[in-house]
Design a protein around this ligand. Structure first.
Ligand code: ARG
Length: 265
């Protein structure tokens, strides 16, 4: 039940370029506030009994706090990231080095992919987003390296540019998502795979309410996602509400700050 997460303190966090519609370099962001909010997220995980490992933040990489994008780790194997935008390119090797130094088998990818931003591992399958960042070629590359079936899903709304902004696994078998973020075909795939899914409203998706982290019992989720929190409680989940409003100015939420390290199984 306890999970292992990798996080990166927002020591160099800033909004100084715009690579998604949430980012406004003219408005910027307050690094001290972001740090306090990030600390409270880390504390929330630790109070739930999860282990948090840290990676050293690198100067000049203001988005490195979004650890989810750094890799995809399944069965103790690490599929590396290859970022779509040059501003974040150096994060891929930095995260991969962290794992290589600790003895994990790693793969430097050939195809553009942004780690757990676009890959969400469940018990039997890995859900994979494409349309804005991660390329379909990476879905196949990850499937071959990890030996798990990968389901491609197409994202169509630029506000939900990573899969983890539009969908999160509630446990290994069910998900919550915002249907309108997906193409018609992918919506049908989700309907078939997850007939019992929690469907989020545009308002909850619009505060990055789906950028949540569930351990199957507790869901760590943005404070502003009120209706989604109510529905999760109705379904029997414990809701752990966090305020990451400063990190949202870069287009990130709780899940973006969190890379899950899944061991061998
Ligand atoms: N500013 C970052 C970017 O646009 C935010 C990344 C958020 N991460 C995520 N897993 N959705 O790349």
């Amino acid at each position: 039940m306890p999970k292992r997460f990798l996080m990166c303190p927002p020591e160099h966090f800033a909004v100084e370029y715009a690579i998604n519609p949430w980012m406004d370099p003219a408005a910027g962001a307050d690094r001290a506030v972001a740090m306090r909010q990030w600390e409270s997220l880390k504390a929330a995980y630790e109070s739930l009994g999860h282990e948090v490992c840290l990676i050293e933040p690198v100067e000049g990489l203001p988005d490195m706090v979004f650890a989810a994008n750094g890799a995809l780790v399944v069965g103790g194997r690490v599929y590396g990231a290859r970022f779509a935008f040059p501003q974040r390119a150096a994060e891929g090797p930095a995260y991969l080095r962290w794992f290589a130094e600790r003895g994990y088998p790693t793969l430097t990818p050939e195809h553009v992919n942004e780690g757990e931003g676009d890959f969400l591992a469940m018990d039997e399958l890995i859900l994979a987003g494409t349309g804005f960042r991660t390329r379909v070629g990476a879905h196949h590359e990850a499937q071959e390296f990890l030996g798990r079936p990968v389901i491609s899903l197409r994202l169509v709304d630029p506000r939900f540019y990573h899969l983890d902004t539009a969908l999160f696994p509630l446990d290994g078998r069910n998900v919550a998502y915002y249907p309108e973020a997906f193409s018609e075909g992918s919506r049908e795939v989700l309907r078939r795979l997850f007939p019992d899914a929690v469907l989020a409203t545009g308002a909850d998706a619009g505060v990055l309410g789906l950028n949540a982290v569930s351990d199957g019992v507790n869901v760590v989720i943005n404070a502003e996602a009120g209706d989604l929190q109510l529905e999760l409680k109705r379904r029997g989940y414990e809701v752990v509400s966090v305020d990451l409003s400063e990190l949202r100015k870069a287009g990130g939420g709780p899940k973006c700050c969190t890379l899950e390290i899944r061991g061998e199984n």
